[in-house]
Design a protein around this ligand. Sequence first.
Ligand SMILES: *Cc1c(COP(=O)(O)O)cnc(C)c1O
Length: 564
Amino acid sequence: MNDLASIAYFSMEVALEEGMPTYSGGLGVLAGDTIRAAADLRVPMLAMTLLHRKGYFYQRLDPNGSQIGEPVAWVVEDFVREMTPRVSVAIEGRTVELRCWRYETRGAGGHIVLVYFLDADLPENSDWDRTLTDYLYGGDQRYRLCQEVVLGIGGVRMLRALGHQNVRRFHMNESHSSLLTLELLIEETEKAGKRSITIDDIVAVKKRCIFTTHTPVPAGHEKFPIALVRSVLGHEELLAEMKNLICCGDIFHLTFLGLNLSDYVNGVAKKHGEISRLMFSGYNIDAITNGVHAATWASGSFQELYDRYVSGWKQDNFSLRYALSIPKQEIWDAHMQAKRQFIRYVNRQTNAGMDFDVLTLGFARRAATYKRGDLLFQDTLRLKRIASKAGPFQVVYAGKAHPRDEDGKELIRRIFQSKEALKPDIKVAYLENYDLEIGKMITSGVDVWLNTPQPPLEASGTSGMKAALNGVPSLSILDGWWIEGCIEGVTGWAIGENGTGEAPRSDRSEDARWLYDKLENVVIPFFYRDRERFIDVMVHCIALNGSFFNTHRMIQQYVLKAYL
Ligand SMILES: *Cc1c(COP(=O)(O)O)cnc(C)c1O
């Protein structure tokens, strides 16, 4: 089995199951879905990440919507098995010992992809070093950089110690792991018995590396003062030699390291590829649009339906195109089953008193300001008028703000204020502690999926793809994947001008007006007064978007464009 593991996938976060808090959001969910698809399609892959003993955080919300974060309590041994090899990395001149834990992801045909979780919590390490694999995206810059040393450098060493000698490709899922290139460079120079790196070493490392960039948001591109990097990493001479690879002046830029040392670089949707080429001109940046793992994200009722009508869909997501032949009534019944289950959950959790038969909108993602979760509430008077004239609707929210993102936390409070202001005309609920399980329930249990990011900042977005798999159409700003996935009135609806294939220039109140117009004149009337046509849209969500925006198609593109 070890011999088959020729692609090593490195990611700071990986979402494997609800009980493991080793992810924060889209990046980790994508990593998990990628690994599951690789297992289904027998792609020889293994994955490396950190254990995150305290997780990202457990979210509670007080009655004002103020977020309280707690460390997540979880029993590591219930999920992963300890491995025997130990490796060490040098951090600030200290030796930090690492062990790792193993998780097995079994694909639809039984093939296993191994995921390794690095762990610094060993008695040999200092108290502070022991915490290095505790908090995902926690701490200050120094803590983050030390974690990145553990992942990139410790990860490569651990692979060697585990006996994975045949790794041909190193795939960096975002730049948190790009220090792995440094370790590969050192390996090259040592192999040749040299003291300094040469062009040949760079070429040799580059051939093996693949880098996927995930966001056009500048804060998503990590950089560190070079003085900090020198103090954490040592390697003064190497860093001096690599000056041109790590970017500019006194700044160490992890994204540039990834860009400069990878043979294949991609963004995560066509539009994001374009934006990335503008941000990093001079680099050859391709695009592979993200997907979701169909067997993970289809609700129980849709799984049953697909099992009956689309044989082999779990091994071959493309066959979801045959959803076109599923009787419409059965699509609707499967949807209502998921919806009733979800609405019951919402009512139990929040006492919102939601109604099974009322049009339900869903919105869940990280509470970052560019995602504009409160765009729907731009004009609450108009919103109330729409509900009373066009037809009633209710809205369910979920999402965590990063513990240091004060604006994101304020966004959640604003949604809570709107929730109060809209009572009793429009019911709004906010679910605490958004995780994989809630993600699955909300994307399958609402009638329409809402997404309102500020273009062009949504690199891809994936929750609308989960919704599509469950026959839930999107009402979304044309950005990220939706530019590719939206066929107006066929797979859902655009907020903004239709059919140009371009993200429109964005103006907040104008976007809100578009949203209200679509809701009032198209979505609500469709839902209540032309149910047949509404179900037609649901069917096309599955057949056109579910069959394409999945990680089976995505991983095949990675294999053809990057891994082979
Ligand atoms: C799918 C998912 C995300 C990512 O959603 P985006 O639409 O890509 O922002 C984040 N968190 C959880 C729990 C998810 O299930």
